[in-house]
Structure formats: structure tokens, C-alpha cells
Design a protein around this ligand. Sequence first.
Ligand code: F6P
Length: 489
Amino acid sequence: TLLHEELSGDEVLVVSNREPYLHTRTRNGIEVQRPASGLITAVEPVMRACSGTWIAHGSGSADKESVDRNDRVAVPPSNPSYTLRRVWLTKEEEQGYYYGFANEGLWPLCHIAHVRPVFRSTDWEQYEAVNQRFADAVVREARTDDPVVLVQDYHFALLPRMVREQLPKATIITFWHIPWPNSESFGICPWREELLDGLLGSTILGFHTPFHCKNFLETVDRYLETRIEHESGTISFGGKLTQVEQYPISIAWPDGDANMPTVAECRSSVRAEHGMSHDHLLAVGVDRLDYTKGIIERFQAVERMLELHPNLIGRFSMIQIAAPTRSSLDEYQNFEARVRALVQRINNRFGNGNYLPIILKAEHHGSDQVTRYYRAAEVCMVTSLHDGMNLVAKEFIASRYDDRGVLVLSQFTGAARELPEALVVNPYHIEQSADALYRAVTMPEIEQCERMRSMRSLVKDFNIYRWAGRMLLDAARVRQRERVVTKIR
Ligand code: F6P
């Protein structure tokens, strides 16, 4: 209802690289999966609530191969409520725009994980061309000349300007889901001015934290001729205003998960599946297999804890769910090999035929399966080296209706700003994380309960509808102001 009020009948178009549903061909026919993506977790419930059209890269193998692939499908499959419009990319486009410029260039540029970005002119050309293709798709899909366009993430930095040129009256809200680095770091990108110019085609530009907003304003100040009001976060460029604002992203609060197994059922079934006793202590990690997530540091912390507290050997395990991601890139292949080698070394050191301290499940898991692990575990570990928000932290909290369980949370996530009741750690400091993990597995129930209740009340209130609602409300104000100004003129 809140979203409908903010939108008051306006047309909504979302643009993202990742599509909300993947159709994959399997031996049992076509299977529909939800991809492992914080962005999808957040934006999908918003689209269900306000319908409209979602434009994304058609990446599912089933549709790619079929001759009469469908450009438009009604989704979600179980209860269609909005349109998914797929843009099909060639191998070269996907390689240059997605793997190359977005994930070998911008991803390491914006995350401080000490992986050097790679910038190639050929990737940049594909990035520009694909941004133009998506911008054209927005214009073709729009039924009105002033739609609300929600642009998602670093795959589309150029698109806001491209849409603005063709639909000058559109309200373009761009949300950058990853951190924005300081101006000096950003400055190493050979196309820094073009990216900034592209983003300033937006009416509103959102980041997760005030710190990322400040970094962005300083970057613009340094590389473009603009007028900036730092206090209000407005940038005036070429006679147009862009409002820079923080909108910490969140999740949909689960209201009716009556079909899900209870905490007690999850505890016992997960332990039984792994041949563990009912009082075996469990920590869980849920990530894409990405070098920014601090998975190696997390396992090192487990190792250190077992070194310091040998009484936990045989009594504690960490289950790591790691969804494969961007696996055709060398950096990701090397990372996966390092993770696997470390798991093997730690398991050889402390494990035996019946006991594994680290259980690595390097495959995609659906959200119900993930919830089972959240509910089964004593602890959830989020140790990202750098992360825009991190929604795993919030999903874990939302799943613990029993007010139990402890969150160990990296100070380098956006979530740490909102959740000081977690055990906040510096993931680079292995001793500190090991201590926090030990404190978490031995925390008295009363303390768990106090911390968890407080975190649950925050995540419940500041849910995904608030995130979207605040952006749309700000957009509605801008639209209203523009209407008044046009009338006066
Ligand atoms: O949340 C950041 C993000 O890059 C999203 O933009 C993206 O959907 C997600 O991580 C997963 O990455 P990918 O879409 O490349 O698999």
C-alpha cells in the first residue's frame, strides 16, 4: 500500500543485469531458480508489490538455446504480477561488459579487497554498447514519456544519461549496490569522467551509507566541473540536479513462513544429515564464492579458535554455503582453489573419518534451504572484507523468530552501521574473529536473546519496503516540484 501511495499510478521500469528468475534446462525439464544476489533479494518483493516491467540480461540456458526464446514473460511463475523483459547479449557483449568491465574493472575498483582492477578498451566499448542497448530497451518499453526508472548497480553507470537524452521527463533513480571508493582510488579508472557523467543523468542517486555518498560527492568534485551543495547532497551539472542520498537496503520481513520447518526441526534434521550429535555446535556462512566475502579469513578464524580451544574439536563445525559466481574469470577460479585447499588443510588437521570442522557446500541453494541452515546454527558469520550492505546478516536475523543465535559481523559491511548488537569484528584480524566466534558459541541464552530481539526489531521496521518507499517518496517530491515549476513558467 505504501508503495502504491508513493507511486500514485506512475509507470515503473526496473533495469538490472541479473534477472530475477533463471530458467535452466535440466534432465527433468526446465527448472526455475532464484539467483544468489542481494540485489534480487531486495528488489523482487518491491516489483511484486508495484508491478511494472523489469528489464534484465536473459542469462538462463534454457531460453538462450531455444530458437523462439521469449523476450517477455510474466513472473513470478507461481503468481505472475509483473513483466520480465529479457535483453539477449552476444558472447562478446557478455564477455566485455559483464565479465570484463563490470567484474574485472569496476568490482575490484569499488571494493577494497586488494585485487587490482583490469581496464581494457575493448571491454569499455562493450560496456558502452550494452548500456545503450538497455537504455533503448527502456525507451521502447516505456508507455509514457515520464516513467519512473529504477536503475540497479554498477553494470549501468552510463545508462541514466542515455535514458535522460531520450526521455528528458523521466524520473531516474539509480541505486549503487556496492561501495563507492574514495576519489583517489576511483581516479585510476581511465573512464572516470564518462562514468560520473553517466550517473549524473539520474534524478536521484542512492548508496547504502553516508560514507559512500560522501566519497561520491568528493569524486565528482575532483573530476568534473559541477556545483555541489555538500550539506544537502545535491549536484548541479549541465543545468540539471542530481540528489545524492543514503538508502540502506534491506529484506522483506517474513510474515507467513508457516510452511517452513521450525528451529527445533532444522536443528535436528541438519545435524542428523551430517551425522552430528544433537548438541554439536554449528556456525553457518552463506556467500557467493567471491574474494570480497572474507571466506578465507573466516576459515582461518575457525582454525585459530580450535587451536585455542581444543575442547571444541569434534564438537564444533562450520557449514559454508558458497554459491558459484563469475567462475569463468581467473581471479574467481584461483580464489575457489585457495578456499578448497584451505578447507582441506584445516579438515586434515582437526578432522577425522567422522568429523569435519569445515563443511563446504559449493553449490547453489534455494532460499528455503538457506533458511534451514540459518535456523539450525548457533552462529552466522559474515566476514566480508568490504561489502555495500550484506543482506545475509539481515536474512539470518529475520529467520530467528526464536530470538536465539549470534551474528558475527564484519565492520566493513554497511550492515555493521545498523547492527551494533552483533559481534562486530575486523576480518583481517584473525585472533579477534576467533575470539568473537568463541564468544558467540559460548554466549548465554539471555544475552543472545537481548541482542537478537533488538536486531530483529530494527530489521523488521527498516525492511525493503521502507527502502523502496523512501526512494519513491523522494522521487514523488521531485516530480511534484517539477510539475509546479513547469506550470509557473
Ligand atoms: O549485490 C552486489 C551484486 O553485484 C549484485 O549487483 C549482483 O546481482 C550480485 O552481487 C551477484 O553478482 P552476479 O550478478 O555477478 O552474480
